[in-house]
Unconditional design. Structure first.
Lengths: 259, 74
């Protein structure tokens, strides 16, 4: 099988980065659950959720192959665009200082306080711990599953690279979590979210265009042009939003003001 | 059962957070799908039109939210 690196490489990168952001958010809550309520329940809930998510990918991924490619490109491409545009708009508003930047340490402190407040600690399997870690892993993991299915199922041969990208992110986050025992705050999460939004919008536009029968100039290389186009447009919109929201302020001064 | 509810709302929320934003994207895609293949345009224009429309929707929505946040702060 000929590997089309123009698609495989960006698919791996996009799946890796998007999954990294989601898993880092899940790790913060699982760490809080483990520290406050006990590790057995935290790891149990997370493990069950990860098994279910892997099962979802294993069932949905191969099933998509049986649907005509044009329909898959239009359908999944449209969903990818709805998802990616929502993601990119939020990232733009964060860069512009309209929304507060995501802070894992703050999220960890809030989650830990909420878990302590629930009280009723039990020996062995703590139901609160299992339910909380299961829920957060499912909630964040469903986004990962969608990204893997959407980016991998849209063309034959891309499901494995997309899955590997997500798996690499999961392994990295597990290693970091086990080593640090605290939220992974050193990853530039807000910048990653911005870049992932750009990538998702570019992929979505490309696949929807293919599904519509649009001939992309330069064929697969048009994807690179779309990534550049969305990046420039998103930066320009962020600049305009910053001026509109608080003239004369940078996102960092507005963050300080809020704090 | 509240966790099932929240997973379900998270699933829907993946695509639709702001109704008008999602509807604008949906209608733009439908319009492009129905119209662009039937227009006799130079081959570079249909992709450019598809892309430009999406950027306009993104910009309008982000600026609208920024404006709303600004007037809320004042």
């Amino acid at each position: 099988m000929i590997i089309n690196w123009a698609h495989v490489a960006p698919t791996i990168v996009a799946a890796f980065l998007a999954s990294l952001v989601e898993f880092v958010e899940a790790l913060t809550v699982v760490l809080a659950v483990g520290t406050v309520r006990g590790w057995r329940g935290a790891l149990g809930g997370t493990g069950i959720a990860l098994l279910l998510l892997a099962l979802l990918v294993a069932m949905l991924g191969p099933a998509i192959v049986h649907i005509p490619q044009e329909i898959v490109q239009l359908g999944l491409g449209s969903l990818l665009l709805l998802f990616g545009m929502r993601w990119l708009r939020k990232a733009i508003l964060r860069v512009a200082g309209v929304l507060p930047l995501h802070d894992e340490e703050d999220a960890y402190a809030k989650e830990s306080a909420a878990l302590r407040a629930l009280g009723n600690f039990s020996q062995g399997w703590d139901r609160v711990a299992v339910a909380t870690s299961f829920k957060i892993t499912m909630v964040e993991g469903i986004e990962v599953v969608f990204i893997v299915i959407a980016m991998g199922g849209i063309r034959r041969g891309l499901l494995l690279p997309a899955s590997l990208g997500a798996l690499a992110a999961l392994i990295l986050v597990i290693i970091l979590g086990a080593a640090l025992h605290k939220p992974v705050a050193m990853i530039p999460e807000n910048m990653l979210k911005f870049m992932v939004g750009v990538l998702l919008c570019s992929f979505g536009t490309f696949w929807v265009g293919e599904g519509m029968g649009i001939a992309w100039p330069g064929q697969d290389l048009a994807l690179a042009a779309l990534i550049a186009g969305f990046l420039v447009a998103a930066l320009a919109v962020a600049r305009l939003c910053r001026k509109r929201a608080s003239p004369g302020e940078t996102p960092f001064t507005s963050q300080r003001r809020r704090a | 059962m509240s966790w099932i509810k929240s997973i379900w709302s998270e699933l829907i929320g993946l695509f639709i957070e702001d109704g008008s934003f999602a509807i604008a994207i949906f209608f733009w895609l439908c319009g492009c799908w129905l119209v662009l293949p039937h227009l006799d345009l130079p081959s570079v224009l249909p992709p450019a039109i598809l892309f430009a429309g999406l950027v306009v929707i993104l910009a309008e929505s982000a600026l609208r939210l920024a404006r709303a946040a600004s007037s809320k702060n004042q």
